[in-house]
Structure formats: C-alpha cells, structure tokens
Ligand binder design. Structure first.
Ligand SMILES: Cc1cc2nc3c(=O)[nH]c(=O)nc-3n(C[C@H](O)[C@H](O)[C@H](O)COP(=O)(O)OP(=O)(O)OC[C@H]3O[C@@H](n4cnc5c(N)ncnc54)[C@H](O)[C@@H]3O)c2cc1C
Length: 377
C-alpha cells in the first residue's frame, strides 16, 4: 500500500521533506505537497529585492518546475485542518492523509501593532520588500528607524543586516551624512545565542554611527505624527520606518486547535505533535530552535528519516539536534556566519565566523544548491 503523506506548505521544511521522501521511496510513496503560492522565495532574497540588487521576479522559484517521483504539488489554500482525522480541507477539495506534516511557516500579524499597516513599511514579505525598493531611492535625508515589533521573529540577524545594508545604500548615494539610522530590537543583544556575533554586529553599528536600542520593541506607530512608540512609552520620530511585524502561526493553524501560545508545540527530538501521525516542522512550531530556514530544513530531515526507516526498515534517526548555520550580511560586500547549536548539548551555542569574501561565495552556494535540489534548476 502506498502511504499518503500530505505536506502543508512548500517552504524550506516542505520542500526538503518531499525531496527526501521522493529520493528514498520514489513512486512507492504518495506525497501531496500543498501551497497557496505558485512560487518559493528565499528569505534573504527579500533584502536583495529591497536594496535593488535584483528584482522580485528573478528570485521567484516556480513550483511548476518540481518534477519528483511520488510527489504531486498542488496550488491550493488550506482552509481547515482536522488533526485527529488527518484530514485537510482546501479551496479545491479534501485531502486524507496517513501522515500529515504541517509546515505552514509563520504569518505576519500586522494588526498586533497599531498603525504599522498605515504608517510603516515591513520588509519581511516579498510585497513589502518590493514596495521598499520603490521608496528607498527617494529617502535622502532624515531619520530611518528599523524596528522589530515582537519576538520571536524569523532569522534573528535579518534586521541587523537591514541596518548595515541601509548604511551602505545611503553611503553609495552620497546622502549618509544627512541621515540618521536607529535600530530597535526586543532582544538583549542582536544575536543572543552568540555573544561574539552580537559583539561584531554591535561594533559594526558603532563604526557606522547606527544607534542600537536593545530590549525594546515597537508597540505602535502613530502615522499622523510619524512616530514609533516603544514598549516603555518612549517615542522615536522617523522619516522612514522599516518594520519587522509580530509573527504567529497562520490563522488556519490557530483555528485547528493545534497551536498553543501562537505556535504548534512539538516533541523537539521527533517533531511529533500530540496527534498521532501528525508532525509539524519549521517556523510554525515551538521546537526550541530559532525561526530560520536551516532549522525548518533540519527538522524536516528528521521527519523524513524516521518515516523512511519505519517503512523501509533501517536505523531510525537520532533526535533532532537543532544545529544550523546562518549567513549574515555585514555590508561592505562581506558576509559572516554563525553556527548555531540549540539542542545537541547542555547549552545553546553560537560560534561566530568573521565576515569574508569566502563566505559570500558560501552563501551563494547555500541558495544555489537548494534551488538545484528542490527545483532541479
Ligand atoms: C528578510 C529575511 C531573511 C531571512 N534570511 C534567512 C537566511 O539567511 N537563512 C535562513 O535559514 N533563513 C532565513 N530567513 C527565514 C526563513 O525564510 C524562514 O525561517 C523559513 O522560510 C521557514 O521555513 P518554513 O518551511 O517553516 O516556512 P516557509 O518557508 O515560510 O513556508 C511556509 C509555506 O506555507 C505556505 N502557506 C501558508 N499558509 C498557507 C495556507 N493557508 N494554505 C496553503 N499554503 C500556505 C506559504 O505560502 C509558504 O510557502 C529569512 C527570513 C526573512 C524574512
């Protein structure tokens, strides 16, 4: 009997899981990969789009290019999930699963920050990055505030990268002297699990005259006065606001009853939810790891290996180790890397690799190798 695996969400987690199942089981498995979008975009491409390094069209990877034995990709919107019955309803029909994997990522809750939608710009969606690509070239004087509205948020180094790349962009246009940059982040340091990375970023901000405000989140935007209100009541006037909205699991996940405190709780070692035969991977979970693609991918590998071992025989995987490397744009054309390990030892660690030209090439390979593996291009 061909097992029916239904995977919700074709992001880092869903793409890696479907690829591994296809490679190991081919037509012996019946994988349905469902996504509401017709394209996938790497998170880091949003910064490239925002700063005009490339266009949104050129970073979209089309799901129609996926041709893998045993895998069917459907463009449908998931409207209901019944985890007990392992039944999924979409705008096109109903899907029954022997194994259901929820990999729907984290959505942005614009309403959680009053005024953000009207008075600020977010750079965490492709649409937001595209909009900013049109706005940034006309910002030539005044105060730019990069503000994080709540934690946890995807790719903790991304807003730091935004601040450093904004400095480069303004410098290249010869207007940096006329601008101030302030970066507000609710975390105590830019990358808490790695003191060395945080120190390097903090040094880079100081060298570039970027004001860093830690331990504070942006709780509201007053669009009429162009003011960002922080959670201690203090205010920052701005001419340009670049925001990271509050995150939470998509509405359909919240409505399914699977989530607690905005995300799906899972067994960190196995990614199993409390519902038999139902797993969850990536940003939609509270797996005890940061919200980043590498961790979604690592979690998906553990689920794939355990299903393959169960159905084919062979050794079951060890517990998910919560390891992954994140690349960090430091500006000046250099990229650093932090190697995170959240689950394999007694302590969370983050080893810093200083920015270099070699790491620029390594980051490019990170993207191109996954593009080839998942999309065959
Ligand atoms: C600016 C920025 C920079 C980043 N840089 C990096 C980086 O350098 N390295 C890194 O590892 N990570 C980075 N990330 C984070 C990374 O993009 C995410 O953590 C990662 O994509 C999470 O993978 P996922 O599989 O959990 O979810 P996602 O990749 O978000 O995939 C979820 C999928 O579910 C689909 N979906 C949602 N709701 C529905 C529905 N109702 N019906 C059907 N489909 C639905 C969505 O369309 C989406 O394709 C960055 C993020 C941002 C915003």
């Amino acid at each position: 009997m061909r097992r029916r695996v239904v995977i919700l969400g074709a992001g880092f987690g869903g793409l890696e899981l479907s690829t591994m199942l296809s490679e190991a089981l081919g037509e012996g498995v019946d994988v349905t990969l469902i996504d509401k979008s017709d394209t996938f975009v790497f998170g880091f491409s949003k910064l490239d789009v925002m700063f005009g390094r490339t266009s949104a069209e050129s970073v979209r990877l089309h799901y129609r290019d996926i041709a893998k034995p045993g895998v069917r990709v459907l463009r449908e919107t998931v409207t209901a999930i019944d985890p007990e019955a392992r039944r999924v309803t979409t705008d096109a029909g109903v899907h029954e699963a022997d194994v259901l994997v929820v990999a729907l990522g984290a959505d942005y809750d614009m309403d959680a920050t009053p005024g953000l939608a009207e008075g600020g710009n977010e750079f965490y969606s492709v649409a937001g990055a595209e909009r900013l690509a049109g706005i940034l070239p006309s910002f030539s004087a005044g105060h730019a505030v990069i503000g994080v509205c709540d934690a946890p948020f995807k790719c903790p180094p991304a807003p730091s990268e935004c601040a450093l790349l904004l400095h480069d962009e303004l410098t290249a246009r010869g207007v940096r002297e006329a601008c101030r940059i302030t970066f507000v982040i609710p975390l105590p340091t830019p990358v808490p699990p790695s003191p060395e990375t945080s120190a390097a970023l903090t040094r880079s901000f100081a060298e570039r005259d970027i004001t860093l405000v830690t331990g504070r989140r942006v709780s509201a935007i007053d669009p009429t006065r162009s003011v960002a209100v922080l959670d201690d009541g203090s205010e920052l006037e701005f001419d340009l606001f670049l925001g990271v909205p509050k995150h939470r699991a998509p509405d359909v996940v919240i409505a399914s009853g699977m989530a607690e405190d905005d995300y799906i709780p899972v067994e960190s070692a196995t990614l199993q939810t409390r519902f038999p035969g139902v797993y969850a991977v990536g940003d939609v979970t509270t797996a005890g790891v940061p919200k980043a693609g590498v961790f979604a991918e690592g979690a998906a590998r553990v689920v794939a290996q355990s299903l393959i071992a169960e159905w084919q025989g062979g050794a079951a995987p060890g517990p998910y180790d919560g390891r992954g490397s994140c690349y960090i744009e430091f500006g000046h054309g250099r990229v650093g890397r932090v190697d995170i390990d959240f689950l394999s030892g007694p302590e969370r660690t983050g080893i810093f690799n200083a920015p270099s030209a070699e790491l620029v090439a390594e980051k490019e390979l990170f993207g191109s190798s996954r593009r080839a593996r998942w999309f065959g291009s």
